[in-house]
Design a protein around this ligand. Structure first.
Ligand code: ATR
Length: 288
């Protein structure tokens, strides 16, 4: 048992847990923010194998050694919600958590992907026209948080389109969306004011997301959550059509802010300096 006085001046500990975890950029984001704010703290990548038991055991030991909290990434976001004593409404609605905060009272689960998406969108466009439709492509891990975020942004007409139709239907049922068959996705592009790719298509080593770029609506906002490469074929096509584009680094940086504020007690700034540091890290990873 640590005597209270031994904790005085101890560095703040936080981290990110996932499997695999070595490519995560979150440690770099928090380390840059901590250094800028002059905070004595560490944010560590932690690998926990895919089972719930391995996850829970690892989280228990992090609590015991005095971690303030952790971010949670694939494949543990649902495990995080299951593990926590309490959860925010947002995490409950998404059905997954990417933040666990430890206190004497227990563990609180939250989901900052919802706010991360919304902040990234608002940084790119001050006010988005929510009278048009929003088209979400993909129905994997990220799509639920984005569906909630798009709903909260004020869109009433939200369509979801996924190769495996049943997964799109499950999210549609949870958030009152309409499903679009995967083969018909181009037909829906022309009336979409917001297009979001949540699939892994376009990522380095994956095929591109095939869309007919001539069908992009003028003035549409096109978001890709893939950040490697930073400008995916989808974003290049949208740029050629004069759309506003939002890349995956933007959401990644913004979703980190609530955890940093909660555990390190200071604001994290999303700006061009941080973006430059992350792009250099991505370039290093690509060379490895
Ligand atoms: P998971 O579904 O296990 O949570 P994910 O990485 O979060 O995995 O999501 C991957 C997303 O990319 C899914 O929407 C997936 O479509 P399916 O649900 O049909 O698998 C989509 N995806 C991946 N490869 C794809 C491909 N070649 N064509 C179309 N969609 C693809």
């Amino acid at each position: 048992m640590t005597a209270p006085e031994e904790k005085i001046g101890a560095p703040i500990l936080a981290g990110v847990i996932g499997w695999p975890i070595s490519h995560s950029l979150s440690p770099l984001i928090h380390t840059v923010w901590a250094a800028r704010a002059g905070i004595d703290g560490y944010y560590i990548p932690i690998a926990a194998p895919p089972s719930y038991d391995d996850f829970a055991r690892t989280v228990e030991s992090l609590r015991t050694v005095g971690f303030a909290g952790i971010n949670v990434t694939l494949p543990h976001k649902e495990h995080a919600l299951q593990y926590a004593d309490e959860a925010t409404q947002t995490a409950k609605r998404v059905g997954a958590a990417n933040m666990l905060t430890f206190s004497d009272g227990g563990t609180l689960a939250d989901n900052s992907d919802v706010a991360g998406f919304s902040l990234a969108l608002h940084q790119a466009v001050e006010t988005i026209d929510t009278s048009g439709a929003a088209l979400i492509l993909g129905a994997g891990g990220a799509a639920r948080a984005i569906a909630l975020s798009v709903r909260e942004a004020g869109f009433s007409n939200i369509e979801i389109c996924n190769r495996t139709q049943q997964k799109a239907q499950d999210i549609a049922d949870a958030f009152d969306l309409t499903t679009v068959p995967w083969e018909k996705r181009n037909d829906w592009l022309s009336h979409a004011a917001l297009v979001v790719n949540t699939t892994s298509l376009g990522m380095t080593g994956q095929p591109p997301l095939q869309l007919d770029e001539s069908k992009f609506a003028s003035g549409a906002v096109v978001v890709d959550i893939v950040y490697s490469p930073l400008e995916t074929p989808l974003l290049s096509a949208a740029r050629r059509r004069g759309c506003t584009i939002v890349d995956g680094l933007s959401m990644l940086m913004h979703q980190a802010k609530p955890g940093f504020a909660e555990w390190f007690g200071a604001p994290g700034y999303v700006d061009s300096d941080l973006r430059r540091v992350l792009i250099s890290a991505l370039e290093r990873q690509a060379r490895q």
